[in-house]
Write a protein that binds this ligand. Structure first.
Ligand code: UD1
Ligand code: UDP
Length: 381
């Protein structure tokens, strides 16, 4: 089989790595298309290196821009490649613009689409990702959903349950496969900024990431989050900063304010192996990232999510994640509850991971092969 993958951002590379390995291990032909949405070395190339992935066959180099411009350029580029290469199936992952562009182009060329991490819903249509998820799910043929809850979302949108397969989330494959490799490295192999912080000998680590438009593009919300960070003086806050966030902090004149506190360490985004080590040494994770909510519960670290809703409600109902939004007092109340109350912290750490055992890529490929063999991938009129 010729299996194509469209990806374009950091989390897609990480979450498709095990699927790519599985495609290659099973002897299928892999056609890897990078949209070029993320292009900085530390947002893209580093992950191909860390995860030992083959380089993309095509890079569309869309770069940054408005949603319409970015998605339009992606669609044109992906269409040209698919017409030329004629894959048997196209896989997309998650909810970025690559997912929207890849799924729409493929379905119109009558190439079946498999959506990895399908069925997630925040029910918040102000999020661009919610629109991407829903549009991709209308265009897909196979739905690889992480949990029963995401399966129910799709079935309640009238998608045939025969095409919805609960597989867990490939993020667990990524964590389990790489944490051991990461931990067995010497500190000299860490990226310089992380090595300089000497995290192996650091206590009270709080790992912070944020990049969601609704947080980082709104000065008042950013300020409120920063005010909470300033109060967390006993923590070593390590903040590998997303390029979007660096730019908006600079534009709002807030980067200097953050940099003036000794307990806040702003560093460049780090590679996956370094980041896993950092997470595993953390007492607490503060984030608005989708992937981090999943990794936190996989690695048994309490998470506070800087959002008012989540498309990962399983992490909250399991007890490993609390939604704190961007309100300073709510962030601090919950952080201190975890930091000062070991029983509460332990309860969060022991929350059951809803995303499977780390065998997701294997299940996805087994399913694709079965549908292909039974001639059930073709679109029917
Ligand atoms: C994108 C995804 C988001 C995902 C995130 C993962 C969409 C709509 N958004 O958001 O769902 O959670 O990736 O990180 O697809 N920039 C750089 N260098 C880069 C990439 C971006 O400097 O390599 C800067 C540019 O100023 C750009 C901004 O970051 O305008 C935002 O980048 P963009 O790719 O549009 O969105 P993300 O916020 O990264
Ligand atoms: N990540 C990383 N280095 C960093 C920050 C994050 O490797 O400096 C990884 C993290 O482990 C997770 C993924 O990037 O797997 C999450 O990406 P991001 O938060 O950008 O996107 P989202 O998951 O919100 O779509």
């Amino acid at each position: 089989m010729k299996i194509s993958i469209v990806l374009g951002t950091r989390p897609e590379i990480i979450k498709m790595a095990s699927v790519i390995d599985e495609i290659i291990d099973r002897g299928h032909e892999l056609l890897l298309i990078h949209t070029g949405q993320h292009y900085d070395k530390e947002m893209s190339e580093t992950f191909f290196k860390d995860l030992k992935l083959p380089l993309p066959n095509y890079n569309i180099h869309v770069g940054s821009g408005s949603h319409g411009k970015q998605t339009g350029k992606m669609m044109e580029g992906i269409e040209n490649v698919l017409i030329k290469e004629k894959p048997d199936i196209l896989l997309v992952q998650g909810d970025t613009n690559a997912v929207l562009a890849g799924a729409l182009v493929a379905v119109k060329l009558h190439i079946p689409v498999g959506h990895v991490e399908a069925g997630l819903r925040s029910f918040d249509e102000t999020m661009p990702e919610e629109i991407n998820r829903k549009a991709a799910d209308v265009s897909s043929k196979l739905y690889f959903v992480p949990t029963e809850e995401s399966a129910i979302n799709l079935i309640s949108e009238d998608i045939s349950r025969k095409r919805v397969i609960i597989t867990g989330n490939t993020v667990v494959d990524a964590c389990y496969r790489n944490l051991q490799i990461a931990e067995n490295r010497d500190i000299s192999e860490y990226e310089k900024e992380l090595a300089d912080l000497d995290i192996d000998n650091m206590d009270n680590i709080l790992t912070l990431t944020m990049h969601r438009a609704e947080n980082v593009d709104v000065k008042q919300r950013l300020n409120s989050i920063i005010d909470a960070l300033i109060e967390l003086k006993d923590m070593n806050i390590i903040f590998p900063i997303h390029p979007r966030t660096r730019k908006t902090l600079e534009n709002f004149g807030l980067l200097e304010k953050l940099n003036s506190y000794n307990h806040i360490h702003i560093i460049k985004p780090v590679g996956y192996l370094d980041f896993l080590v950092l997470l595993s040494k953390s007492t607490l994770i503060l984030t608005d990232s989708g992937g981090l909510q999943e990794e936190a519960i996989t690695l048994n670290i309490p998470a506070l999510t800087l959002r008012y809703n989540t498309e990962r409600p399983e992490t909250v109902s399991a007890g490993g994640n609390i939604l704190v939004g961007s309100d300073k007092d709510v962030i601090l109340d919950n952080a201190f509850k975890i930091l000062n109350n070991p029983d509460f912290a332990n309860k969060m750490k022991n929350a059951k991971n809803p995303y499977g055992e780390g065998n997701t890529a294997n299940e996805i490929l087994t399913c694709i092969e079965k549908f292909y063999k039974d001639n059930k991938l073709a679109l029917v009129s």
